[in-house]
Write a protein that binds this ligand. Structure first.
Ligand code: ZN
Length: 162
């Protein structure tokens, strides 16, 4: 065993007691090189949480209050709606962070798709629809809310247009 100073992904250094076996040592060092130090990790998590909160605040502004005689049912449906929108936002956030964008055009298209999908969720104002989708996977809800377009005599119609 020997104490070795390893430079982490964030540039900070960490003193680690490493075994003598060269293979194991190399694997441990490689693992550390891909990590952030605890302080940088905390900062990164905090920044992600703050960004998430900002996104959810702006999504909430797109969602009109649900209407039903029973306030308990409204509360329940709004909780489901919030959780589904949060999951939807996580999905898009993960996609954009894992894959990145090869061009501004690609980013623009992605954001357009993201915003349109979120808007469709927010536009769904049927309390029962939300209650019925409590356990539905988000992917199937996206599919269900997709506008079906069809063309009649050169004019485009959206099935979900109200
Ligand atoms: Zn660090």
């Amino acid at each position: 065993m020997a104490n070795t100073l390893i430079e982490l992904k964030c540039g900070h250094k960490l003193l680690v007691n490493l075994p003598d076996d060269i293979k194991i040592k190399a694997a441990i060092i490689q693992n550390y090189k891909n990590q952030l130090c605890p302080k940088c990790r905390r900062q990164k998590e905090q920044a992600l949480q703050e960004a998430k909160k900002l996104r959810m605040d702006s999504i909430a502004k797109l969602c009109p209050p649900l209407v039903h005689q029973d306030k308990k049912i409204i509360k329940h449906a709004e909780k489901i709606r919030h959780d589904k929108l949060s999951g939807l936002d996580d999905m898009f956030d993960k996609l954009s962070r894992v894959h990145g964008f090869s061009s501004i055009q690609e980013e623009h298209t992605f954001n357009h798709y993201r915003n349109r999908t979120i808007a469709r969720f927010c536009k769904q104002d049927d309390v029962l629809w939300w209650l019925n989708h409590q356990t539905s996977p988000i992917e199937s809800m996206i599919d269900e809310l997709k506008e079906k377009t069809f063309v009649i005599e050169g004019q485009v119609f959206h099935e979900n247009d109200k």
